[in-house]
Write a protein that binds this ligand. Structure first.
Ligand code: NAD
Ligand code: IPM
Ligand code: MN
Length: 362
């Protein structure tokens, strides 16, 4: 099949606002780079609960199964927080999608654009000329999915629990990715764990050490997650690939995002064993700013670029989109989240227009 089929799952909150800008950019890519794309929209998340009674309707899953990639916005929000937890959009739609397609490998590249150094909350002498961290997060295991999970009893004896569990093969496959990717970068892997307390993390560290023997050209070090949160702020330049389990990667990637200026800048790619992938911003539905047309579309647009690279193998188009984003920032355009001092913020659509226009001229 020549044409690439993309399942477009915009979801809730700012999802549809930022998704429109990513599609705008992809339509320019389609023309300029000769990549035929068919976009199929499907309901997901809270809006799917409202319309169909389920956060991940069977029809949506079918659209995903018939596609080459999923472009995902974000799901969830206050409206659905009073539902039973298993029915809420995050747990009934996003986690099942990751699990069904076995998307265990989540790439969250946090890069500081030189023109945006002043948007970082870090001091200029710490940001320096920018840093480039790849947060690599295991996405289909760990405490998110471990069994048993449950809640039982009443009164003070009521209890609730989750299970943090990792199998050797799960650690092996994500660790292998970390070393392979590090080889294409600065050849450094920092494995994040809590091996001083958690048994699952003792195994994590052991398996990562074993895997490192296959990669003598890559430097491996280990860091406890508490120290890592501190080290990220003290000196982000020391990191290249951050190898994390599911929960620690969730937490550290938000921190990495803010160190680059905003959560609205951080894209992600969720990959499995094939070319199929799910691409989404690391941030969420941002209910505090939804509907105002001020959300930053860059994370969604950069997620589309990751799709072009990892699912469609079009490095030319992917880097053109990334360059267009960098140039738009260099030209001074700022949405509210990355505007500082006297900078006048632009809208979501103005940012999307400017990036699309630069891709057109590339
Ligand atoms: P959030 O990521 O939605 O927002 C955190 C903060 O970052 C907010 O102040 C928000 O305005 C800001 N922000 C996030 N993206 C932005 C963007 N593109 N531009 C400008 N500012 C941006 O996290 P939250 O508030 O903890 O969660 C809100 C809802 O989103 C919850 O229901 C949560 O479960 C859900 N969520 C969904 C996803 C997802 O679908 N992938 C990811 C994270 C959170
Ligand atoms: C993310 C989000 C999700 C996660 C939630 C919404 C399930 O925070 O993609 O980072 O915790 O993985
Ligand atoms: Mn998160």
């Amino acid at each position: 099949r020549m044409e690439k089929k993309i399942a477009v799952l915009a979801g809730d909150g700012i999802g549809p606002e930022v998704m429109a800008e990513a599609i705008k950019v992809l339509k320019v890519v389609e023309k300029e780079f000769g990549i035929a794309m068919a976009f199929e929209e499907a309901d997901v998340g809270g809006c799917a609960i409202d319309k169909h009674g389920h956060a991940l309707p069977e029809k949506t899953l079918d659209v995903c199964r018939q596609s080459d990639a999923i472009l995902f916005g974000s799901v969830g929000g206050p409206k659905w927080e009073s539902l039973p937890p298993e029915q809420q959009p995050e747990r009934a739609a996003l986690l099942p999608l990751r699990k069904i397609f076995d998307l265990f490998c989540n790439l969250r590249p946090a890069r500081v654009y030189s023109a945006l150094a002043s948007a970082s909350p870090l001091r200029p002498d710490i940001v320096g000329d920018g840093f480039d961290i790849l947060c690599l997060r295991e996405l289909a295991g760990g405490i998110y999915f471990g069994q048993p999970k449950g809640r039982e009893g009443t009164g003070p004896k009521e209890r609730a629990y989750d299970t943090m569990v990792y199998h050797r093969w799960e650690i092996q496959r994500i660790a292998r990715k970390a070393f392979e990717i590090a080889r294409t970068r600065r050849k450094k892997v920092t494995s994040i764990d809590k091996a001083n307390v958690l048994t699952s993390m003792v195994l994590w560290r052991e398996v990562v050490v074993e895997m490192a023997r296959d990669y003598p050209d890559v430097t491996l070090n280990h860091m406890y997650v508490d120290n890592a949160t501190m080290q990220l702020m003290r000196d982000p330049h020391q990191f290249d690939v951050l190898l994390c389990g599911n929960m620690f990667g969730d937490i550290l990637s938000d921190q990495c995002a803010m160190l680059t200026g905003s959560l609205g800048l951080l894209p992600s790619a969720s990959l499995g064993a094939s070319d199929f992938g799910l691409y989404e911003p690391a941030g969420g539905s941002a209910p505090d700013i939804a509907g105002q047309g001020i959300a930053n579309p860059i994370a969604q647009i950069l997620s589309a670029a990751l799709m072009l690279r990892h699912s469609f193998h079009r490095e030319d188009a992917a880097s053109a989109v990334e360059r267009a984003v960098a140039e738009t920032i260099e030209a001074g355009l700022r949405t509210a989240d990355i505007a500082r001092g006297a900078q006048r913020p632009v809208s979501t659509t103005a940012m999307g227009d400017a990036i699309a226009e630069r891709v057109r001229r590339s």
